[in-house]
Design a protein around this ligand. Structure first.
Ligand SMILES: Cc1ncc(COP(=O)(O)O)c(C=O)c1O
Length: 346
């Protein structure tokens, strides 16, 4: 049974690798996007960065893609520079280009899709520009994996991370893709069972490859669940997913056109099916509580993006998100319920 579990665990790694179009020797299982970013920050960036080096982030990052870099910056003396966003929620590309040409710029970490604004960043173009300037790129794919077809050979990023639970797998499993060239330069930041070759009190040697970064008993069940979720996603045409989610977003915008005091955050042409909004005089938490009673679950709060909230001028916002399973009826129900709830709140 143990052997079978091991086989299924490694099969799951193969499924992930094939789906991302990379080698299974480049796939590390973690607890999620957060742990993957911490792993890259501690195992790759911390030994590599020196005082004065620049880590570039964007104003739309999730805390998981800010705090690990701040910790590394504190230890190494590296500096963090932030690319601002424009009013429509897109990146200020001029500022990005200016930062990339600085000789101390060493690493750029940015999200593929913003979890608040839905902005789809043109990461392929940005990676090419970064590499021309010898800047390594980490892509936070937490929000892109359920919405876009990802081909990591085509993107050519150095690192890519995501969490299983965003693509219908269980919680507590995630992935860090690390380009082979970087694996050997990384030092493990967690020690313990399974990541070693030989242990003695005089000296310990580490296992080779990705195993070096998977200390302790792995989340076998989670990984197998992730592998199965990916087999499911492989049957889906992502072009249709994109069209479907965009259609729902368009419908919702049409239906909410007349709602007084409603402001949508994130209005770029090419965005994921995320509708993030504020309503004048209405607290998002009150809105969510009343919508919950109508059977509608939305997300409210700072969405783990406090710096972005500051940029938007709100402490918290409301967000309705669409996925492959949502329908036009869901949109109609949401907009009808929203207007009903607003009558109570106003
Ligand atoms: C863009 C983005 N990055 C990172 C994360 C962190 O993911 P997790 O909490 O699963 O590690 C999230 C979670 O919502 C996210 O939306």
């Amino acid at each position: 049974m143990a052997e079978q579990a091991e086989l299924l665990y490694q099969n799951a790694r193969d499924n992930v690798a094939e789906w991302l179009n990379v080698s299974c020797d480049e796939i590390i299982f973690t607890r999620g996007a957060t742990e993957s970013l911490n792993l890259i920050a501690q195992s790759y960036a911390r030994p590599f960065l020196k005082e004065g080096d620049i880590i570039i982030l964007t104003e739309m990052e999730h805390h998981a893609n800010i705090v690990p870099w701040q910790m590394v910056a504190e230890h190494t003396g590296a500096k963090i520079e932030v690319i601002p966003i424009l009013d429509d929620g897109s990146l200020d590309r001029e500022k990005l280009s200016n930062l990339l040409i600085l000789s101390d710029a060493k690493l750029l970490s940015l999200c593929h899709i913003s979890n608040v604004l839905g902005t789809i960043n043109p990461v392929k173009e940005i990676i090419q520009e970064a590499h021309k300037n010898d800047v390594k790129v980490v892509v936070d794919g937490a929000q892109s994996v359920p919405h876009l077809k990802i081909d990591l050979q085509d993107l050519d990023c150095d690192f890519f991370v995501f969490s299983g639970h965003k693509l219908f797998a269980p919680m507590g499993i995630g992935v860090a893709f690390v380009k082979k060239d970087h694996l050997d330069n990384m030092v493990p930041y967690q020690g313990g069972g399974d990541m070693i070759d030989q242990v003695s009190f005089n000296k310990t040697t580490y296992a080779k490859g990705v195993q070096r970064f998977e200390a302790g008993t792995p989340n076998v069940g989670g990984a197998i669940g992730l592998g199965e979720a990916i087999l499911y996603l492989k049957r889906i045409n992502f072009q249709l997913v994109d069209e479907h989610e965009k259609k729902l977003l368009h419908l919702l915008r049409e239906q909410l056109k007349g709602v007084k005091g409603l402001v949508e955050h994130g209005t770029t042409e090419d965005k994921a099916g995320v509708f993030c909004f504020s309503l004048e005089g209405v607290h998002p938490h009150d809105l969510a509580t009343l919508l919950d009673a109508e059977g509608i679950a939305i997300r409210t709060g700072h969405h783990c993006c406090q710096p972005l909230m500051q940029r938007l001028g709100h402490e918290s916002t409301a967000r309705a998100s669409f996925s492959i399973y949502n329908t036009e009826e869901d949109v109609a129900m949401f907009s009808k319920s929203l207007q009903k709830v607003l009558k109570i709140l106003n």
